[in-house]
Design a binder for this molecule. Sequence first.
Ligand SMILES: CC(C)(COP(=O)(O)OP(=O)(O)OC[C@H]1O[C@@H](n2cnc3c(N)ncnc32)[C@H](O)[C@@H]1OP(=O)(O)O)[C@@H](O)C(=O)NCCC(=O)NCCS
Length: 210
Amino acid sequence: MVVINGAAARRIGATPERYLSCHEWSQWASLPAARRTEWLCGRVALKRAFLDLCHGAVRDLEVGYRAGGRPMIAGHDDVYCSISHSGGWSTGATSRIPIGVDIEAVRPRRAELLRYITTERERRLVRRLTVAGDDLLTLLWTAKEAVLKALSVGLGVHPCRAEVTAIEERAAVVELAADVPLCPRRWNVRMERIARFYHSVATPCAASGE
Ligand SMILES: CC(C)(COP(=O)(O)OP(=O)(O)OC[C@H]1O[C@@H](n2cnc3c(N)ncnc32)[C@H](O)[C@@H]1OP(=O)(O)O)[C@@H](O)C(=O)NCCC(=O)NCCS
């Protein structure tokens, strides 16, 4: 997994010329200027994460999408990929097992949002955590979104249907509601606070079959 921003990308010489294929270059060039750095950094993060996992050269890698919108490295159907961006930072993860990542800046949110994205059972469960308020909301949001992105549905499934059933400050178990027809059903999520961001990585629980 690689987390990077524009300044870090510049330091390592991760320019569009070095990191984007011709097709990606035209996608990048058509983006609004304000989106370009994050988008490029998503590709840089994903490609560097891929090269930590597999042999290859960055010039041969192109990021595409599977049906549903989940990113992939073209020609490597056996590698699971995920990208996320927030506030100038991007994260990319690759794995031989399903994986989803989400990064989100902590910022003031409406209090009702917690009720919108969590069930009553989850709100009882998180009462014993020391984290609260916008931190708690962002932590839970990234944990759920990482799972829903690993499943390729994103917010096509309501966050309450991916329920946190166990949680500590840096780890959680998220389970899909019975009526959600997707697999794997149980996910381990590792959550980390990085500066003003929460970053979550979801992978299936060992006993949660495909
Ligand atoms: C996936 C989704 C949750 C991303 O939300 P976000 O917080 O704005 O964005 P993030 O920065 O965390 O993630 C963006 C990345 O997720 C990836 N992504 C997009 N759709 C995805 C999906 N369905 N599953 C997994 N990953 C997805 C992309 O790689 C994207 O980065 P890129 O544009 O640089 O390639 C959101 O776009 C979504 O829910 N999309 C699906 C909605 C949908 O299908 N609705 C249908 C029912 S009406």
